[in-house]
Design a protein around this ligand. Structure first.
Ligand code: FEO
Length: 170
């Protein structure tokens, strides 16, 4: 049985993963309507992963005797200056999510909830992968320069890491 403190913080994470999915969908829509179908494809795939992260938390809470709650989500930003602006925002957001996961890990140690601690390890590794993948993209944008966005848009899907494209079991 989950302690209430752990249940609540895991429910907070459901909201954050759901917001991540919506943020990346908003970015995908911006990219798609600005002629960058490759970038949009990357962001749609990322949004799908975030939905799976949300589901993983939902199923975990319910399996451990808690109740997953589906939250109302804040409207994400939908306008961006350029592609670098998009991926800087993705990185900022992923760093925020990493901090959020680390707070849950820390609470599970305080509460001596080693089952949840174990469950969270998948997310700890996933965050390392996600941040690294976005930093690689920002490096490529810097290398190519903003004048060569055609090539960047064409090649971006090849920058998805194998771990990022794997489907977690929800
Ligand atoms: Fe589910 Fe990208 O953090």
């Amino acid at each position: 049985m989950l302690k209430k403190t752990v249940e609540d913080i895991c429910n907070r994470q459901i909201e954050r993963e759901g917001f991540s999915a919506n943020l990346y969908l908003a970015m995908a829509s911006w990219a798609e309507t600005n002629g960058m179908s490759g970038v949009a494809q990357w962001l749609y795939a990322q949004a799908e992963e975030e939905k799976l992260h949300m589901l993983k938390f939902m199923k975990y809470i319910n399996e451990r005797g808690g109740k997953a709650v589906i939250p109302a989500l804040e409207k994400p930003r939908s306008e961006f200056n350029d592609i670098e602006d998009v991926f800087r925002e993705v990185l900022n957001h992923e760093e925020f999510v990493t901090g959020s996961i680390n707070e849950i890990v820390s609470l599970t140690l305080e509460e001596k909830d080693f089952n949840t601690h174990n469950f969270l390890q998948w997310f700890v590794f996933e965050q390392v992968e996600e941040e690294a993948s976005v930093r690689t993209i920002l490096d490529k944008i810097k290398l190519l320069g903003k004048t060569n966005m055609y090539q960047f848009d064409r090649d971006i899907m090849s920058l998805r890491s194998p771990a990022a494209s794997s489907q977690p079991t929800a």
